[in-house]
Ligand binder design. Structure first.
Ligand code: BES
Ligand code: MN
Ligand code: ZN
Length: 520
């Protein structure tokens, strides 16, 4: 990864900053510090605003102006804050992201962001400053590890941004708030790295090794089940998906026991009900060709992202462990590569899942549910979680329903839904509740086996019947949410805090869920 910008907070501007970032309110009025800078610059900013009539201080509008000698900075970026009453944490994060992209596009090494809070905002100055920094950090991501460095020296060397200082009267408090945001952003970046990584490098074995290295270092217990162990235990559905590939499947279980100091439910220790963990389950299909029911060629390269659910689980646990969250969490990811070959599973095959239920395979491209169902069964039987959330790039049908904006949330418990809904608002990662229904569960029953992996209605309601299939594997009354993130794990175009490609969707949402509702 390219070097990240150094972020700091201070009560005064960094002496050697070459660029100032100041704010304007909706309508174009400059904030106090912006007006003070304008005075030093002989009114140049105000006249720039007059000439550029298009700049009205709308949220995210930017205007850059070169300053005269003696102004203290070489140039200034004026950023529109928009209506004060709409300035929540997410709005400040988006501004931070926008500022980072603009700074990277102009020639600057070091910027000072002069924050003035308008009246009537929903946030304190410290929260705003921390959110601005978080937005900068979230957007400060590039997947360019496969780009050769320019060795020819042909390209003109332009300045690269190395530091951003946020100038605020609440610098100490902002710094403290940002510490957690920083850990969270590292989790998001890890998830993006995993999603963006190519399938000839990231496959079940190598993926498992990365998880062990990344999370083991933070004190997370990482257990890997290899294909032999999976066979012994009876992961029949998951193993079938991986059969066509030379790269054998894996299951990785990650346990973070944050409620009892360093000790947790070690081997043999029976956790009490209060200690029961919450579980996160992720689909980790490292490449989905569709198998024998092969996908069309166009766009198939994107199917390296079919492990986005698992990446969110790994990123989330990284963030929770980094801040030593007081919660017991278990993550489980089912890793497999779905390939066509002479060893592949076929349409018509009947496989036996870990739960004991038999499944008729009607389409080998409906593989995610086969991986997930075994992971769901395993984690319920071994760890007895008090709540389960699974994430999966499960269906194209959820994209027909919700596009790229919202993930579909299928939730069997209203309280869990209200917690998720709060976390969604707080993180800006959008969820839309979708139905679970007896009819969808019925649709997934087979004539020749217990279940079938394809609904009877073609594409109609495909995300709902997929959820209905999974619901057959939820035991007892455990609160459970299934998040279909096929549309949100991979961004087609840039967003303020998310460059296109792997988004890391789910990490911030579930971090909020855990921190606000499940920590002791
Ligand atoms: N991984 C795909 C779903 C997907 C599609 C994710 C596009 C991201 C972008 C999944 O395994 C799949 O192929 N689903 C099928 C299910 C169908 C065969 C019932 C689909 O959605 O077409
Ligand atoms: Mn598929
Ligand atoms: Zn898939």
């Amino acid at each position: 990864m390219t070097k990240q910008v150094v972020l700091s907070f201070s009560k005064s501007a960094k002496p050697k900053s070459d660029t100032a970032v100041v704010f304007a309110m909706e309508g174009g009025a400059l904030t106090d510090q912006a007006a003070a800078l304008d005075k030093k610059a002989g009114g140049l900013i105000a006249s720039a605003l007059r000439v550029r009539e298009g700049f009205k201080g709308k949220h995210g509008d930017v205007l850059s102006v070169i300053l005269p000698k003696g102004a203290g900075f070489d140039q200034v970026l004026v950023v529109g804050m928009g209506a004060a009453e709409k300035l929540d944490v997410i709005a400040f994060e988006n501004l931070g992201g926008k500022i980072l992209t603009t700074l990277k596009s102009i020639s600057t090494e070091s910027a000072s962001l002069l924050l003035d809070m308008p009246k009537n905002t929903k946030t304190s100055e410290a929260e705003a400053a921390s959110a601005l920094a978080a937005g900068v950090r979230l957007r400060d991501y590039n997947f360019d590890k496969y780009k050769s460095k320019d060795l020819s020296g042909d390209r003109k060397k332009s300045k690269t941004l190395s530091s951003v200082t946020i100038v605020t009267t609440a610098s100490a408090k902002a710094q403290a708030l940002f510490k957690d945001e920083e850990a969270l952003a590292q989790g998001v970046h890890l998830a993006r790295d995993l999603v963006n990584e190519v399938a000839n490098v990231l496959y079940p074995q190598s993926y498992a090794a990365i998880i062990k290295k990344e999370l083991g270092a933070l004190g997370v217990q990482v257990e890997i089940l290899d294909d032999k162990k999976m066979e012994k235990l009876g992961f029949g559905a998951h193993l079938a998906v991986g059969m066509g590939s030379i790269r054998p499947p894996r299951v990785v279980i990650m346990r973070w026991n944050g409620t009892s100091g360093a000790t947790g439910s070690g081997k043999g220790a029976k956790p009490s009900k209060a200690d029961a963990p919450i579980a996160f389950v992720g689909k980790g299909v490292t490449f989905d060709t569709g198998g024998i029911s092969i996908k069309p060629a166009a766009g198939m390269e994107e199917m390296k992202m079919d492990m986005g659910g698992s990446a969110a689980v790994v990123g989330l646990i990284r963030a929770l462990a980094a801040r030593k969250a007081k919660v017991n969490v278990v993550g489980i990811v089912g890793l497999a590569e779905n390939m066509p070959s002479d060893r592949s599973y076929r349409p018509g095959d009947i496989v036996k899942s870990l739960s004991g239920k038999t499944i008729e395979v009607l389409n080998t491209d409906a593989e995610g549910r086969l991986v997930l169902c075994d992971a769901l069964t395993y984690i319920q039987r071994t760890d007895k979680p008090k709540m389960i959330v699974d994430l999966a790039t499960l269906t194209g049908a959820i994209m027909v329903a919700l596009g790229y904006e919202y993930a579909g949330a299928f939730v069997n418990d209203d309280k869990l839904w209200s917690q998720l809904s709060n976390a969604s608002t707080a993180s800006g990662e959008k969820l839309w509740r979708m139905p679970l229904d007896e009819a969808y569960r019925e649709e997934m029953k087979s004539k020749v086996a217990d279940l079938q992996n394809l609904g009877n209605l073609g594409r109609y309601g495909g995300a709902c019947s997929a959820a209905g299939f999974l619901e057959h594997f939820i035991e007892g009354k455990t609160p459970w949410a299934h998040l279909d993130i096929a549309g949100t794990a991979w961004w087609k175009s840039d967003k303020p805090t998310v460059p296109k490609g792997g988004s890391g969707f789910g990490v911030r949402l579930l971090y909020k869920l855990v921190m606000d509702h499940y920590c002791v």
